[in-house]
Design a protein around this ligand. Structure first.
Ligand code: ZN
Length: 359
């Protein structure tokens, strides 16, 4: 038994097996027996519920000699070479921080549907997609079935209420479109937030589909559209710089309280979203509002932007007292967080944006 454990440990110590084959988590202690990869607990759950096959714990289960030899002759590097041979550059490969639906569909796409082993047409490289999604009504909290159409020719994602003949109810331009999974906020584990800039403001729509594959397909089709748009309009920009601009996740979201421009107004609770890529701190009356109430541009430290803990002299918060003061060349913004943990996280997130030079 001791010798066998030693053999498993040797395999786990190999650099190629040091991270989960599917999400990169640094502690892959599960063996997926049919594909021969080491994965983390979360990803092992997907392997188990799919048709990929058995998983065994390298810590708790007995690993037979044959299985150990199989794992030795396969392993994470070989599996990557085989199952990730042709991942399209725009396809979103989840990390350990990402939501479950992205991880699940990535794992199923790799091993179950074998989408990336080559010789197959890419299902996401389409210039037109039509289907229904559940969309939150603009002014009420109800989700309703709407027909969505993505058209590369028109450069838009549009949606219809009822019959398509009556024309689209809304359009989101691919030029500024972003899509990010926001399961907790939308209160559905397949919840996707799609935004685009309309004038000064950002329009947000909130959608989901009960089928995980369908919502992740939509996400990757929109990513393909964004990728094509970026390639066409920024032909000289290296691919590595374009990829992060396809879509982006928020660096941080959550409630803070804010006061107004004179800093004497009452503090009010608002939902905040930090979009680092766009250098915008957006705030909303309610998390699922169609438009933000306001926004703060977060420039670089070099250009005079700073964030500090606490309040300017003479200012006091309302219910919350973990204060943050953002100083911009024009004015000060004062926010309060529910606790010091939130305060610290917001300060770190804001500092990371400020430390990046303006383009
Ligand atoms: Zn994992």
């Amino acid at each position: 038994m001791a010798e066998r454990s030693q053999k498993v440990l040797e395999l786990l110590r190999l650099p190629e097996n040091s991270h989960c084959a599917d999400c990169g988590h640094p502690d892959p202690v599960w063996a997926s027996c049919n594909v021969g990869v080491f994965v983390c607990l979360v990803c092992s759950g997907v392997h188990r519920i799919s048709s990929i096959g058995r998983v065994k714990s390298t810590q708790l289960d007995y690993l037979e000699h044959d299985l150990i030899e199989f794992m030795r002759s396969h392993g994470n590097r070989r599996a990557k070479d085989e199952y990730e041979a042709c991942v399209p550059p725009f396809y979103y490969q989840p990390t350990e921080q990402d939501c479950m639906v992205l991880k699940e569909q990535w794992i199923r796409a790799k091993y179950e549907r074998k989408e990336f082993t080559g010789g197959k047409e890419c299902v996401y490289s389409v210039d037109y997609k039509e289907g229904f999604l559940w969309k939150k009504g603009r002014d009420n909290g109800q989700f309703q079935k709407r027909i969505f159409v993505y058209s590369e020719k028109e450069g838009v994602l549009k949606y219809y209420i009822g019959d398509k003949r009556s024309g689209p109810r809304g359009k989101l331009d691919i030029q500024t479109l972003n899509a990010t999974f926001q399961g907790e906020k939308i209160d559905h584990h397949h919840g996707l937030e799609i935004t685009c800039v309309q004038g000064e403001r950002t329009r947000s729509i909130y959608v989901y589909h009960d089928d995980g594959k369908e919502i992740v397909d939509w996400y990757n089709v929109l990513r393909y559209g964004r990728y094509r748009y970026l390639k066409k309009n920024f032909p000289d920009t290296p691919e590595a710089l374009l990829i992060p601009k396809i879509t982006r996740n928020y660096t941080k979201s959550g409630y803070m309280e804010k006061t107004g421009p004179t800093l004497k107004e009452a503090f009010r609770k608002r939902w905040f979203t930090l979009d680092s890529e766009e250098r915008k701190l957006l705030y909303y009356r309610r998390p699922l509002d169609p438009y933000e109430q306001g926004r703060v541009f977060i420039g670089s430290t070099k250009c005079g932007y700073q964030v500090a803990e606490g309040f300017p002299r003479g200012i006091k918060g309302n219910k919350w007292d973990a204060g943050i003061t953002i100083t911009t060349p024009d004015r000060e913004f004062v926010f309060t967080c529910e606790n010091t943990k939130e305060q610290k996280e917001w300060m770190e997130a804001l500092r990371s944006v400020m430390s990046r030079p303006d383009q």
